[in-house]
Ligand binder design. Structure first.
Ligand SMILES: Nc1nc2c(c(=O)[nH]1)N[C@H]1C(S)=C(S)[C@@H](COP(=O)(O)OP(=O)(O)OC[C@H]3O[C@@H](n4cnc5c(=O)[nH]c(N)nc54)[C@H](O)[C@@H]3O)O[C@H]1N2
Ligand SMILES: Nc1nc2c(c(=O)[nH]1)N[C@H]1C(S)=C(S)[C@@H](COP(=O)(O)OP(=O)(O)OC[C@H]3O[C@@H](n4cnc5c(=O)[nH]c(N)nc54)[C@H](O)[C@@H]3O)O[C@H]1N2
Ligand code: SF4
Ligand SMILES: [Mo]
Length: 712
């Protein structure tokens, strides 16, 4: 975890060029308000966080502060390409846009004629978080009745645990972290993944002496800053939360008046928790009993205690249950009643978008099959559990995502993409490993080269991100590609007939927000509900107004059989066994954002090389040297990488900061070779931090052979 520190501050008065307001488009809860210097019509200069936005407050991460490095990278795709060698080879020839789009449309039409419309699968994710450029692909999918996209790779598990508790995806104003007396940073490595959280909790510490607690399996950069680090085994947050609530009830920290007024089954919960003692949880979590008491008392004594619930601890097979269990703490103490108290995960519900125009929601045919994003490997190799009675997927349109690196069960993903009967079009900024599997590659704009709107995940603003410079060479925006394909495929919808700016404007108005011109003037719009509503003081968002300790899992997803009625340690994780004694966490690397920024030299240099953190005692027991080669394996495959001795995790836990391209690993098999694509309950989702593996030192002789075999 090399510490890059904050970027140097310079006032725009020292900037040479014109300064434009924008928003960071990356898939990061911070969605920073940016100021971007334009040097000329084709070139950006410096980038910094807007100081007059009270969530961004002038703070952004180092990787976006040096964005010119990415936007003006020499490897940006410049023209459409047609593959002329085998899939995965780098053999492409440039072709004209018209010819490329014709070829894609013809391939989709041929596939549809042969197998029906569901054989085409538009596949996208959050390379850009702009509403128009990211989600417009759904409009084409709906109008054309292509296979549906059940989006599960990131937020499904977390939301599936939060919403059944509160009834709605919102919470305390995230700016209240600065007014809290105790910030609990739970399963999010905020220093790396959403730096603004750190700015607000640090302010609370400076101004109010507020404490910071971090709950995470390893001593990451966020845990380094904490007053208390709860270093539990991955997948055991439910047990920890139960034991904390046990103490809260037993030692008089439960707010019984609040419980009676605002929650569903407090007496049943208290009785259920009687056996969930700190001793019970210590055996499951590997935490000292005294630390569980210490945290419970600190939390119980502090009225203004803020639970900042991240995504990381939901990326396990029991992730929804663990998210819900953590959320229950605030309902037991009634910390929701106080400013700087309560809980926050994401603000999705406050924006009430009308996305009919963008996504073509007026063209949805509910009889069309849905395919699970995280299960792209099984889908592409023809797993009938996914395909049902429908046709195989023989045509893919991919925008803003890199599944050949980020999707679980990579051996299946690779086998699927390699199928000769599969036609793939990838629209990308770079020649990613996914683009290398494409028949046609289309060059994409970056966020400074197109218009869009963005919503905060970790805050409450809508922000405008206007086009600031011309795209390099022939790069074109997602919206253009979708509209041009629609034309060729005979798809009709008003959303195919207008430019991105008009889409932004109409969507804002339809959703009850200020129009595009006003937003351009104001730069952003604060959508925060008032205190009583945000803190659910007029009731939670269920019909009876009560928080659910006993959630109705059947409303979250179809696969809810066996889920615990009340918060608990749910044992469905990939348990460590004699055969697979280690639990692998694939936490995000600070200088990458998923696989984005793996192309920029500074990020690459700072992350050095793929590696795995292992406790020195485990390393000694296995004969693994610091910096030595190590092989990790399970039923899904094996991965060869370098070990790093690290005592900031429990024995039996290993961490590999991700997501490096497969090609950066010695044998070309990346970390997601090991992660599973089985759909987590109750509604799907990839359990990226829930993988049991064996660990072996790799003899030096094998090293030289495998290095020789490594891809260039
Ligand atoms: N630098 C950087 N920033 C990013 C990203 C990136 O890859 N790099 N990714 C972006 C994306 S797409 C997202 S969704 C967000 C995600 O951001 P976060 O909410 O931070 O979630 P994760 O990145 O999955 O993991 C965060 C932490 O969860 C910990 N964790 C893993 N398992 C458990 C567990 O069982 N219990 C607990 N308590 N903790 C656990 C990991 O060790 C890790 O430190 O970040 C975004 N920002
Ligand atoms: N092992 C492991 N795997 C993980 C995770 C983990 O923690 N561990 N995290 C998971 C999570 S949370 C997520 S969200 C997924 C994310 O996975 P992805 O959504 O695939 O994210 P990226 O790898 O960043 O790839 C985004 C791509 O979009 C491209 N792009 C950016 N802007 C545009 C645009 O405007 N148009 C087009 N056409 N392309 C654009 C970028 O160049 C980049 O290649 O990965 C998941 N995979
Ligand atoms: S912290 Fe997140 S939102 Fe802010 S600039 Fe960095 S990647 Fe973008
Ligand atoms: Mo994500």
């Amino acid at each position: 975890m090399p510490d890059t520190g904050p970027p140097p501050r310079r006032t725009p008065s020292q900037w040479k060029g014109e300064v434009f307001a924008s928003a960071c488009p990356h898939d990061c809860p911070s969605t920073c308000a940016l100021e971007i210097e334009r040097l000329d019509a084709h070139t950006i200069g410096r980038v910094r966080g807007a100081e007059d936005n009270d969530y961004t407050a002038g703070v952004i991460c180092a990787k976006v502060a040096r964005y010119a490095e990415r936007t003006h990278h020499p490897d940006r795709l410049k023209t459409p390409l047609r593959r002329v060698g085998p899939k995965g080879s780098r053999r492409y020839e440039p072709i004209a846009w018209e010819a490329a789009l014709d070829e894609v449309a013809e391939a989709f039409t041929r596939a549809e004629q042969r197998h029906g419309s569901e054989t085409v699968w538009p596949y996208f994710y959050a390379g850009t978080m702009g509403l128009v450029q990211r989600d417009g692909i759904n409009r084409l999918r709906h109008v054309k009745k292509y296979s549906g996209f059940h989006s599960t790779i990131c937020v499904t598990l977390a939301r599936g645990g939060y919403i059944p508790g509160t009834g709605s995806l919102r919470g305390s104003d995230p700016r209240e972290m600065a007014e809290s007396d105790l910030n609990v940073i739970w399963g999010t490595n905020a220093v790396a993944t959403q730096v603004n959280v750190m700015a607000h909790v640090t302010r609370a510490r400076k101004e109010r002496g507020a404490k910071i607690v971090v709950i995470d399996p390893y001593r990451n950069a966020t845990a380094e800053t904490a007053d208390m680090h709860i270093m539990l085994r991955p997948g055991t947050d439910g047990a920890f939360a139960c034991a904390v609530m046990h103490v809260l009830f037993k030692e008089g920290f439960a707010d019984r008046e609040y419980l009676a007024k605002y929650t569903d089954v407090p007496a049943e919960l208290e009785q259920h928790l009687a056996s969930r003692t700190p001793e019970w949880a210590a055996a499951i979590t590997g935490l000292p009993v005294v630390q569980i008491y210490e945290f419970a008392r600190l939390y119980g004594q502090t009225k203004r205690s803020f639970l900042r619930l991240g995504y990381g601890f939901s990326r396990t097979r029991n992730g929804a249950v663990n998210m819900h269990a953590a959320l229950c703490l605030a309902a037991v103490t009634g910390s929701w009643q106080y400013r700087g108290g309560g809980a926050f995960h994401n603000n999705g519900a406050i924006f009430h978008w009308d996305k009919t125009l963008i996504e073509g929601l007026d063209a949805v045919d509910p009889s069309i099959r849905m395919l699970d994003q995280s299960r792209i490997g099984p889908v592409l190799v023809g797993d009938r559990r996914d395909l049902g009675a429908g046709p195989p997927v023989t045509a893919l349109l991919i925008q803003s995502t890199n599944p050949m690196v980020v999707a679980p069960d990579q051996n299946k993903v690779r086998a699927g993409f390699a199928r000769e009967d599969l036609f793939t079009c990838v629209h990308e900024q770079f020649l990613t490993e996914t683009a290398l599997m494409a028949d046609i590659v289309l060059p994409a704009t970056s966020f400074v080269e197109h218009d869009d709107i963005y919503q905060g995940g970790g805050h409450q603003y809508i922000l405008l991100g206007p086009k600031i410079i011309e795209p390099p060479a022939e790069a074109r925006e997602n919206h253009y590609v979708i509209c041009e394909l629609a034309k060729r495929l005979g798809a009709e919808h008003p959303g195919f007939e207008m430019g991105a700016w008009e889409m932004v404007d109409r969507t804002l108005k339809a959703s009850g927000w200020p129009d595009a011109a006003t937003l351009k003037e104001k730069k952003w719009h604060d959508c925060q509900p008032e205190f009583r509503a945000a803190h659910f003081l007029d009731g939670f968002a269920h019909a009876d107004g009560k928080f659910r300790f006993a959630p109705d899992w059947s409303r979250v997803g179809p696969d809810h059989a066996g889920m615990p009625r009340l918060p608990d340690h749910w044992t469905v994780i990939e348990q460590a066994t004699d055969e697979h004694p280690f639990r692998l966490v694939t936490a995000p690397a600070r200088n990458f954002l998923n696989s984005t920024f793996t192309e920029t030299p500074t990020s690459r240099k700072r992350e050095q090389r793929p590696s795995v953190l292992i406790h020195p005692d485990d390393a000694a027991a296995l004969g693994i040297a610091d910096g030595g080669l190590v092989r990790l394996g399970n039923q899904r495959g094996t991965v060869l990488l370098h070990a790093r001795h690290f005592d900031g995790l429990q024995r039996g836990v290993i961490v590999s900061e991700s997501v490096w391209p497969n090609s950066c690993f010695i044998e070309g098999a990346g970390i997601n070779t090991l992660t599973g694509a089985d759909a987590a309950k109750p509604n799907g989702g990839a359990a990226f931090h829930d993988t049991a593996v064996w660990v072996r030192p790799e003899p030096a002789v094998v090293r030289s052979e495998s290095l020789a075999a490594a891809p260039a």
